[in-house]
Ligand binder design. Structure first.
Ligand SMILES: Cc1cc2nc3c(=O)[nH]c(=O)nc-3n(C[C@H](O)[C@H](O)[C@H](O)COP(=O)(O)OP(=O)(O)OC[C@H]3O[C@@H](n4cnc5c(N)ncnc54)[C@H](O)[C@@H]3O)c2cc1C
Length: 295
């Protein structure tokens, strides 16, 4: 199926040019397009019918991965394939590579972007759960130049809904580096390998000098509420040594507390079991990475 007629296509070279083009249209008439991996489907099905498409691909300042001692910055237009290939994303940031390596197929990973995934905020997307667990700050700019930063949990409101206002561009994501040792991991389970998950779990932990869990954040994907934190699991992990008993207890708590839907892909008990098994695997991996494992 082809999209409906698009009257105006623009491929700006700068953020300001993109914002100025967007501001010339009424609300809902102009849309930014990143990798097109979600938007093209929405346009073909007539779920969205923009009059104007503003293609962000030529804007170099929206691309790139920049780690320093205090923080990691990732441009909104950075593609999954680039994230998956970047070996600097280890330890506390390893979950980004875990997720990016298995989003869709090779074509989706070569086109799709981290910013597009977060702005679309599809119910089963991997990246929103990861950026929640890693406590990202979403950096936005509006026409006229006003910039703001929004915590991922305030940005990701509900499936297909974010705090981004009409005409605002997501510039990138900024992740604070952990004060001490940190590790994270992400895994998903889907009916088809490398496709949207039935359930996905991300765990990010930091350790104190004694090797105890000083902070824990858990993000879930695939549930009807969309990406959200599993605070019940986080509370159990805090202060633990990341041993098998504590991890099992944490993900029993997460499975009990989660509002799980049953559908044609999995019933509620199956999803709860996925939260337990995936959660235990990723938490084990996150603690091992925090302790120095390169796996
Ligand atoms: C076959 C297939 C399999 C997939 N499997 C998975 C999977 O396993 N896991 C997973 O998480 N996802 C999966 N996806 C979805 C994929 O991750 C999409 O790439 C992603 O959801 C959208 O990113 P995009 O760059 O393509 O954005 P687009 O589709 O171009 O845009 C999405 C939305 O974000 C807006 N937008 C994009 N960038 C910006 C910006 N910088 N500022 C403001 N607004 C912006 C657009 O206007 C649009 O509304 C799959 C998709 C396909 C087609």
């Amino acid at each position: 199926m082809f999209p409906a007629n698009i009257e105006h296509y623009s491929r700006p070279a700068t953020i300001d040019e993109a914002l100025a083009t967007s501001a010339r249209f009424e609300d809902g008439e102009a849309m930014f397009i990143a990798g097109g991996q979600s938007l093209m489907q929405a346009m073909k099905s007539r779920m969205t019918r923009p009059r104007c498409l503003i293609d962000l691909q030529a804007i170099a300042e929206l691309r790139g991965i920049c780690p320093d001692a205090n923080a990691l910055s990732i441009g909104a237009m950075t593609r999954y394939a680039t994230i998956a290939a970047d070996e600097r994303l280890s330890g506390y940031f390893a979950a980004l590579r875990d997720a990016a390596s298995h989003v869709g197929d090779r074509q989706v990973r070569n086109r799709g972007t981290i910013g597009g995934s977060c702005c679309w905020n599809y119910v089963a997307s991997c990246m929103p759960a990861v950026v929640l667990a890693l406590g990202a700050e979403m950096q936005l700019r509006a026409a006229g130049g006003a910039s703001r930063s929004v915590a991922a949990e305030d940005f990701l409101i509900a499936p297909l809904e974010t705090a981004r206002t009409e005409h605002e561009i997501l510039l990138g994501l900024r992740f604070q580096a952990p004060a001490g040792r940190g590790g994270s991991a992400y895994q998903k389970w889907g009916l088809v390998k490398d496709a949207l998950p039935v359930v996905g779990v991300c765990v990010a932990v930091t350790l104190d000098a004694a090797g105890r869990c000083a902070s824990a954040r858990v993000g879930l994907a695939g549930l009807s509420a969309g990406a959200h934190r599993a605070t019940a699991a986080e509370q159990v992990l805090l202060g633990s040594a990341g041993d098998a008993a504590a991890i099992a207890k944490a993900f029993d708590a997460a499975a009990e507390a989660a509002e799980v839907q049953g559908d044609k892909w999995a019933n509620t008990a199956y999803r709860q079991n996925l939260i337990r098994t995936l959660g235990q695997a990723v938490a084990t991996s996150a603690f091992a990475r925090a302790a120095g494992s390169k796996e």
